[in-house]
Design a binder for this molecule. Structure first.
Ligand SMILES: *[C@@H]1O[C@H](CO)[C@@H](O)[C@H](O)[C@H]1NC(C)=O
Ligand SMILES: *[C@@H]1O[C@H](CO)[C@@H](O)[C@H](O)[C@H]1NC(C)=O
Ligand SMILES: *[C@@H]1O[C@H](CO)[C@@H](O)[C@H](O)[C@H]1NC(C)=O
Ligand SMILES: *[C@@H]1O[C@H](CO)[C@@H](O)[C@H](O)[C@H]1NC(C)=O
Ligand SMILES: *[C@@H]1O[C@H](CO)[C@@H](O)[C@H](O)[C@H]1NC(C)=O
Ligand SMILES: [Cu+2]
Length: 612
């Protein structure tokens, strides 16, 4: 399966670099060779690449594709990663309090270390990350998921209550340990009920190489919806609207790094000051919203997009970037405009069925700019709800198309039905119609694996992938009878998936495959399922464990829009005695909780009451 690595390296050596980074801005130390001399070397052979991955290649403003000895942006990080021997540690104390991010309404919030939005985890590629989470809330469980992190061989660290762990009971604590085998920008969040919308989330910045050069890393910029009622109240309201066939309630505002000025004038803008003319800046944009897909832009400046989720791509340039819930894009902009102040805009994507009452703004100011709000004007905003494109991974990996094409013709499943089914082969069809998953917080899937119990309740929506080394393909179809046909950001745990195709209407096994992409398709961990349409993805079974795949709209996963697949259960890691202790404490607490479980357990909703 990973034989393509070789092809990837060859492609890098002969074309990709030349296409995307000017020759004098490349790879070698800042004093290194440039121009045609380098070009000849790049085109000479793959040995050049090995050479450029050596210790002489130092990461710097003109050499961002370098990293450490043996590793660069050309490394296939699914197959190989550094081991730094460094451990990065954090303590998260999760508490119940109040917050008022835009100064207009003070509401109950649930927080990490006393703040709405927790600390940014900063690490280097190859570091070990150790986070101790303590639950000091009185009346809620919790559990922290590390979004997009592959968790290779560490499924019990994935932080999904009811699947990979029992929730942390009030008073309990747990230490999560995982390795940064990938690099780039991601985030963490509570995966317990609708809790992350209360403020239990934060950014993860894993330093590593990049596919284009820049001077200064401005770090994560979190752009998320915010509601004046609590997430628990909004998800209940959403569920009531869904039953009427209506969309969910609009958000009240959009926060940028946890701040925003309210329409009434309270609060303040996040500001980036002292931009220096001519310099290049990297922004790590994250959408950790509960419900809203959001477009962002910086007036007067173009974004060069260099990664989608945790995958470096061939850079492309655009004015606006659409981030579905859970997605990230790293971008570079050049401070090439007149000295002044410029709006960074965040607008909900109404074309993606998102809605809010107010917008998000931040301010970017050049050194020497006069004080005062910007007066800059916006670029024309796109109006088509679809994932960014072209997202061409820097490291070329191909998908086994023969298996897919051989088996798709035999699909026995009626993909207009709301169900999860396999055709007995590698293709799984998931007919999305809020097919309710309902996990059991007391007995997570990994406990079934540990005890060898294969009587999974039907509401686990569990699909087994028995064999490692096989490709699994999923056709996710929004079914005809869906009450509210809207786009859903589909997120997978434990793997980056390959986006093979997406389309409107019903997947047609004779025509749809013709438009699908198997050679170096987009790889990422969250992609848009078009409203009323289909999304086809593939991934290799190379990480044993129980992995959730779900819509990242908190209200939707709360209403059950999720499946889990159990990969190679006989080789799956299971919980140790500390893991069992978490369960024992939870089971004791859960005998008489103040608030009983009323949702799928993964986020929050009401309609599963009868089946809990
Ligand atoms: C948070 O505090 C409020 C007010 O004291 C209480 O009603 C609520 O149950 C608490 N929530 C949690 C999760 O402890
Ligand atoms: C296996 O799981 C089922 C629930 O799905 C449960 O009823 C049964 O008791 C379990 N078996 C054992 C041996 O624990
Ligand atoms: C989708 O769900 C709705 C509401 O439960 C139901 O009326 C409809 O029949 C379902 N459609 C399919 C195709 O299952
Ligand atoms: C299938 O994969 C092979 C080998 O990577 C490639 O040559 C061919 O173009 C692919 N076909 C399609 C339809 O993508
Ligand atoms: C969590 O606590 C909030 C109040 O802070 C409450 O509304 C919600 O129902 C609780 N959820 C559970 C499942 O305990
Ligand atoms: Cu959804």
């Amino acid at each position: 399966m990973r034989l393509q690595v070789v092809a990837g390296l060859v492609a890098f050596a002969t074309t990709s670099v030349a296409d995307t980074i000017p020759f004098d801005h490349i790879l070698w130390g800042e004093q290194g060779p440039s121009g045609n001399h380098l070009k000849r070397q790049i085109q000479a052979s793959t040995e050049d690449l090995v050479e450029r991955q050596d210790s002489a290649c130092k990461n710097g403003p003109l050499t961002r594709s370098c990293w450490s000895n043996g590793y660069s942006v050309a490394t296939d990080f699914d197959a190989k990663w550094p081991t730094t021997g460094n451990t990065v540690t954090y303590n998260f104390e999760i508490s119940n309090g109040t917050c008022s991010p835009d100064g207009s309404v003070t509401r109950p919030c649930q927080m990490i270390n006393g703040n709405y939005i927790g600390p940014t985890i900063v690490a280097n590629w190859g570091d070990q990350i150790v986070v101790t989470v303590s639950n000091t809330m009185k009346n809620n469980g919790t559990g922290i998921h590390w979004h997009g992190i592959r968790q290779l061989g560490t499924v019990q660290q994935d932080g999904v209550p009811g699947i990979t762990e029992c929730p942390l009971a009030p008073g309990d604590s747990k230490t999560y340990t995982w390795k940064a085998t990938q690099f780039g920008t991601t985030w963490y969040h509570s995966h317990w009920s609708a809790q992350y919308g209360e403020g239990i989330f934060g950014a993860v910045q894993i330093n590593g190489p990049a596919s284009a050069n820049y001077d200064t890393d401005l770090g994560p910029i979190l752009v998320n919806d915010f509601y004046y009622p609590t997430s628990y109240q909004v998800s209940a309201a959403f569920h009531a609207s869904l039953q009427r066939g209506a969309a969910g309630p609009p958000a009240d505002t959009i926060l940028i790094n946890g701040k925003m000025k309210a329409s009434g004038g309270t609060g303040s803008y996040t500001t980036y000051q002292n931009l220096v003319k001519g310099k290049k800046y990297r922004l790590r944009i994250i959408n950790p919203s509960s419900d809203n897909n959001i477009r962002v832009s910086l007036d007067g400046h173009q974004f060069t997009v260099i990664s989608s989720d945790l995958v470096p791509i061939k850079p492309y340039t655009t004015s606006w970037v659409l981030l579905a819930v859970g997605q990230r894009y790293d971008v570079i902009f050049t401070a090439n405009q007149a000295v002044g102040n410029y709006w960074f805009r965040a607008e909900v994507a109404q074309d993606c069925a998102s809605s809010n009452n107010y917008f998000g703004r931040a301010v970017f100011s050049y050194t020497g700019a006069a004080s005062g709000d910007p007066t800059s004007t916006a670029a024309t905003i796109p109006t088509t709800c679809k994932d960014e494109s072209p997202l061409v991974p820097w490291v070329v990996n191909n998908v086994d198309n023969a298996t897919f094409l051989n088996q798709v013709g035999n699909l026995q499943v009626d993909i207009t039905q709301s169900q999860v089914a396999t055709n007995g082969q590698n293709i799984v069809v998931w007919g999305v119609n809020m097919t309710a998953i309902n996990v059991n917080w007391n007995v997570p899937t990994l406990e079934y694996v540990k005890t060898g119990n294969t009587s999974y309740p039907q509401t686990f929506n569990l699909i087994e992938i028995p064999n490692e080394g096989t490709w699994s393909y999923w056709i996710i179809q929004e079914t005809a009878g869906t009450l509210v046909p809207i786009p859903h950001p589909i997120h997978l745990h434990g793997h980056d998936f390959y986006v093979l195709g997406a389309g409107s209407g019903t997947f047609d096994k004779s025509t749809s495959p013709q438009g699908m992409k198997f050679n170096n398709p987009t790889r990422r961990d969250t992609a848009i399922l078009p409203g009323g349409g289909w999304l086809a993805i593939g991934f290799p079974a190379d990480n044993p464990g129980a992995w959730l795949m779900h819509c990242h709209i908190a209200w939707h996963v709360g209403d059950g829009l999720a499946v889990q697949f159990l990969e190679s259960k006989s080789s799956s890691p299971v919980g140790d005695s500390a893991w069992e202790q978490t369960c024992a404490k939870w089971q004791t607490y859960n005998q008489n909780p103040v608030y009983p479980k009323t949702d799928s357990g993964l986020k929050k909703a009401r309609w599963l009451e009868a089946s809990v």
